[in-house]
Design a protein around this ligand. Structure first.
Ligand code: AMP
Length: 191
């Protein structure tokens, strides 16, 4: 099961739940949502039935305190992390990818105006929903998000490599190529 904290937060913002009201402003300016909110959200999500046969955390943890909390959460569940995947992409390519990314309002599918364009502009290939550009995918906000990554998330590379959990993949190239590299890096963990 893939658990994306970003997807959960965006849905909460659209639905105007209490979590969404607290998180919306942070997301739009490219800042991290406070650790306490995210940790509770993940702890609750992992209790659901669809996580019982395993899960992949996407976008979490993003800070050292989140990683420490994740260790605690897993401990209480009697689980340990199998691996942490680091997909390496130079900053200029990240900016190009995010600035051209479009997201479906209805099903959340992703495409790119140049690298993976929809058959009909503005319309999702998968469900016919409307494509939009996330506020935090605008160039100025992307630059800020990259700074936040360097300051708060990059230290996790050491945190997990010291624990022997880090597997690194070159994220430059075609989607299919990168997918094959990810599967090869996960090796024994995927059938
Ligand atoms: P993403 O879709 O993973 O790029 O996340 C989009 C935004 O949601 C981030 O820029 C943060 O504002 C917020 N967010 C998602 N995951 C986390 C997290 N683990 N910790 C703090 N904020 C998060």
């Amino acid at each position: 099961m893939q658990i994306s904290t970003g997807d959960i937060l965006r849905k909460a913002v659209v639905e105007q739940t209490s979590l969404g009201k607290q998180a919306g402003e942070f997301i739009n300016r490219g800042a991290l949502v406070p650790d306490g909110l995210i940790v509770n959200l993940v702890a609750e999500r992992l209790q659901e039935k669809d996580c019982q046969s395993g899960f992949l955390l996407d976008g979490f943890p993003r800070t050292i305190p989140q990683a420490e909390s994740l260790d605690e959460i897993l401990k209480t569940m009697g689980l340990t992390l199998n691996c942490v995947l680091l997909v390496q992409v130079p900053q200029n390519i990240i900016v190009e990818r995010l600035a051209g990314r479009r997201t479906c309002k209805k099903c959340g599918a992703l495409c790119h105006v140049v690298f993976n364009p929809p058959k009909q502009a503005g319309v999702c290939d998968r469900c016919g929903g409307e494509l939009y550009q996330r506020d935090d995918d605008r160039e100025q906000t992307i630059t800020h998000r990259l700074q936040v990554y360097e300051n708060q998330t990059a230290p996790l590379v050491n945190y997990y490599s010291q624990r022997g959990l880090l597997r690194t993949v070159d994220g430059v190239g075609e989607i299919a190529q990168i997918r094959a590299r990810v599967i090869a890096a996960l090796g024994d963990l995927v059938q």
